[in-house]
Design a protein around this ligand. Structure first.
Ligand SMILES: [Fe+2]
Ligand SMILES: [Fe+2]
Length: 330
């Protein structure tokens, strides 16, 4: 049976029209010049599809990523910590909004993207399916998870698709604050009582490997990366970015007076890359397939939040309709 995707792929293989050929030539020129593609420009269907998938997954990750930390807002150890954490979680909601808006410029409406998330058709970053068990996890998440996100996202500020690159500039500024606040939580715990230091170490131990897996599968298992790099969406491979991140955190962990749970970290002079111990990729694929520790809970909470927000959407739509009507009369 021909599915919608099959039909889409057939279209891709159809004889290109003169308009398509001119569009492709313009697109190729823009990419070769390392310049930017804007929403109204012609673009290959596969470029549009790849970006829609990547950007919406990114938006979903920002929104689902609010959950593990929101869980600690009411239990933050002080008013100051509560205010900082609340601001951070709100930033993530903002990141989701910029990214959904940027994705919509590729032609898929927001409600469709949302349906894809809630039906389980769309993925989000596997890291958010791990629980946040202690206050120190707020530190480890900020330092390692937001840190990995920055390492991944700074090169995306130069992504060839204009709205994505521009959204990333602001997001990365806020992510830097997120990483600092996480590091500072760990620093304070690491310099606290032996029990607090142990709590910080436990959190780092739990989040280290999942954070490294945020860069995605190894280059040999990431077939789409090459195309994304040719299109100037991605600038560095998964392994390159992961290696850079390991190099960065192995220095920072010394300032914390903690250790990384990996005795195989070393700098390879020949390749110029930081190497690390073997990661459990079976676990990564299990979590990605929806069988991680918190997948069901995260999705249930998201659906519940969507239902609870129905009145806000209705009110906003009614207000917009009223405004449009008034403008028409005027
Ligand atoms: Fe974010
Ligand atoms: Fe963040």
């Amino acid at each position: 049976m021909a599915t919608q995707t099959d039909a889409g792929d057939q279209k891709l293989h159809a004889v290109p029209s003169a308009e398509d050929e001119a569009g492709q030539a313009y697109f190729d020129k823009i990419i070769a010049e390392d310049s930017r593609i804007e929403p109204a420009d012609w673009m290959p269907e596969k470029y549009r599809k790849t970006l829609t998938r990547q950007m919406s997954q990114h938006a979903h990750s920002e929104i689902i990523g609010m959950q593990p930390e929101a869980n600690w807002i009411t239990r933050a150890p002080s008013l100051k910590r509560k205010a900082i954490l609340m601001a951070k979680v709100q930033d993530e909601a903002g990141h989701g909004l910029y990214l959904y808006s940027a994705t919509e410029t590729l032609g898929t409406p927001r409600h469709v993207l949302n349906e894809q998330l809630m039906s389980g058709k769309a993925k989000y970053s596997s890291i958010f399916n791990y629980p946040a068990n202690s206050w120190a996890d707020m530190g480890a998440i900020g330092w390692l998870v937001d840190g990995a996100a920055i390492a991944n996202q700074v090169p995306l500020c130069r992504a060839s698709y204009g709205p994505y690159g521009r959204a990333m500039v602001r997001i990365c500024k806020e992510e830097s604050f997120h990483q600092r606040q996480g590091f500072e939580i760990l620093l304070e715990l690491a310099n606290g009582t032996p029990a607090q230091k142990q709590m910080a170490q436990d959190a780092v131990n739990r989040f280290y490997a999942p954070a490294l897996m945020m860069f995605g599968p190894t280059d040999t298992d990431s077939p789409n990366s090459q195309q994304s790099m040719a299109w100037n969406i991605k600038r560095f491979s998964n392994d390159e970015l992961r290696s850079r991140f390991v190099g960065m955190i192995q220095e920072q962990v010394k300032v914390l007076g903690l250790t990384l749970p990996d005795d195989q970290i070393r700098y390879n002079e020949e390749t110029g890359l930081w190497e690390h111990g073997e990661l459990n990729w079976d676990e990564f694929y299990e979590v990605l397939a929806g069988r991680g520790p918190c997948n069901a809970q995260r999705m249930e909470r998201r659906r519940e939040a969507h239902e609870n927000g129905a009145w806000v959407r209705e009110a906003a739509a009614a207000y917009a309709a009223k405004k449009a009507q008034k403008a028409q009369v005027a």
